[in-house]
Design a protein around this ligand. Structure first.
Ligand code: AHR
Length: 491
């Protein structure tokens, strides 16, 4: 392996470490928000345990209110006294009652509490241009206007700052079943009336393709172009058994073959990014438009006995391995991929946190975000790897993937060994990386399906890894245990 310190050029935007919280299952209600009257310890309604855990991993942005929910959300239902807000049906997610007690103020104040950038996704599918335009005015305008005055009446004098603004979600599907041409025309209309008030500058993000749909991305690049959007989203989920009627696969009970398929499908992210980048480069060679992978992660069958509309799943070492591998892919493409949001933050899909009443569990995926936070806003260092293959049946993948970055005089190298059976010896030449001290941490477990539970929340946690050496000739030597993720720090 070679780490090429002199070729560090592009920054890994911290925004690829973004998260996503939708009004879905217990992500918001019971997850982030319990309300000020709750017996669960909270600050103004936000769970204290969740706030502390999120602060620890320094989340850079939070996408809200959906997802599919965004295109049926009418923001004016979620302002004013909570007790008089209208109730609605959450038709996408379980048909449950949404009482709108978590709305614009609750979301933006939560972001302030966390010190994270809000990323709001506006309603194109069932909302109007006027409605979206007024939302921006309500949140960001400082002067005299009907919306700014309404905000003041609702207790917030000064506007909030909001940069990231999504113009619809999955408009090829739940966001209105539009064609690419129709959506791109709609985008131009809606985006026109999302104004910049005062010094607030919106970074508008168009609802981009589903996985590999390059026709969608090409239409947007052609018809919207780099002058009208800051970013184009792309959604891709890892679904081991696919979307068919036979089920997607269990989160905890899977064979080695299913694990291999999960990894293959996850690493496909690299190919998808390359395909869209090729199209984007044709229309935007200067790479002004960011590719925002603002929904990604593993999607399994829900845990037995839970509401199928709530998408509640466990999270194991397999998820940690796939998460770290995909983050490595984002690092390699950091000149184009400048935002990403794992789905979702609490209790939904590849969650970083699970809650049950007053209990909270940090998942293996959480620990990867904690381990990888050192890469936020660091300069990506290209790495060259020559590693053995991991083979399962007829399928084969490189056993190890890696990425590296440098910031504030430190260099970090993250390595993932996806092989569940064999350790891999790494001898790494450090080119133009000055280092005299080395340390490392590791995430691993005895089995791929080990997870943290409410009864045993520390089955899989970050640990110090001591078996790493900086040799006299300046090279780095370590043996990565089977099925593990390691981040090495060089000083
Ligand atoms: O994350 C769950 C759902 O997946 C989102 O609401 C939607 O955008 C996507 O299909």
């Amino acid at each position: 392996m070679v780490v090429k310190g002199n070729q560090a050029e592009h920054k890994i935007s911290r925004h690829i470490y973004g998260h996503f919280a939708e009004h879905l299952g217990h992500c918001i209600y019971g997850g982030i928000w319990v309300g000020p009257e709750s017996s669960i310890p909270n600050t103004d309604g936000y769970r204290n345990d969740i706030v502390a855990a999120l602060k620890e991993i320094q989340i850079p942005n939070l996408r809200w209110p959906g997802g599919c929910f965004a295109d049926e959300y009418h923001w004016q239902d979620g302002i004013g006294p909570r007790e008089s807000r209208p109730k609605m049906i959450n038709t996408h997610w379980g048909g449950v009652v949404e009482d709108n007690s978590f709305g614009t103020h609750e979301f933006l104040n939560f972001c302030e509490l966390l010190g994270t950038e809000p990323y709001i996704c506006g309603n194109v599918g069932s909302g109007t241009v006027e409605e979206m335009s007024k939302w921006v005015e309500y949140i960001t305008f400082d002067g005299e206007s009907p919306m700014a005055n309404l905000r003041r009446e609702n207790g917030r004098d000064k506007p909030w700052k909001v940069k990231f603004w999504g113009v619809g979600n999955e408009n090829w599907g739940c966001g209105g079943n539009m064609t690419a041409q129709f959506y791109s025309d709609q985008y131009r209309r809606y985006a026109t009336y999302c104004r910049n008030y005062g010094d607030n500058r919106l970074l508008k993000i168009a609802g981009g393709p589903n996985g590999g749909d390059v026709h969608w991305s090409e239409t947007l690049m052609k018809n919207v172009g780099s002058g009208r959007m800051w970013g184009m989203s792309m959604h891709y989920y890892t679904v081991p058994k696919g979307w068919g009627p036979g089920g997607k696969g269990s989160a905890t009970d899977f064979s080695e073959e299913e694990y291999m398929i999960t990894m293959q499908k996850s690493l496909h992210m690299d190919e998808l990014i390359k395909r869209h980048t090729e199209i984007m480069d044709m229309y935007d060679p200067q790479k002004r438009v960011a590719l925002c992978v603002d929904e990604w992660g593993a999607w399994y069958d829900v845990e037995p006995g839970t509401n199928p509309g709530f998408l509640y799943q466990q999270n194991t070492l397999r998820d940690a391995l796939l998460c770290a591998s995909i983050l490595n892919i984002f690092h390699h493409h950091c000149d184009r991929v400048r935002m990403a949001n794992i789905a979702q933050m609490v209790n939904v899909l590849q969650a970083i946190i699970l809650t049950k009443d007053d209990k909270m569990v940090l998942t293996p995926t959480y620990h990867i975000y904690n381990m990888y936070k050192v890469h936020q806003d660091a300069k990506m260092i290209p790495v060259e790897l020559l590693v053995p293959q991991y083979t399962c049946g007829t399928r084969s993948l490189p056993a190890v993937n890696a990425s590296a970055s440098t910031k504030d005089g430190l260099t970090h190298i993250s390595l993932v060994n996806i092989d569940p059976h064999n350790a891999v010896e790494i001898s790494c030449r450090l080119e133009d990386v000055a280092a005299t001290q080395v340390s490392a941490n590791i995430l691993t477990a005895n089995e791929l399906n080990v997870c943290n539970t409410f009864e045993q929340p520390e089955n899989i946690v970050l640990k110090e890894f001591k078996q790493v050496k900086l040799k006299k000739d300046g090279s780095l030597v370590l043996t990565i245990p089977a099925k593990s993720v390691i981040t090495v720090t060089l000083k």
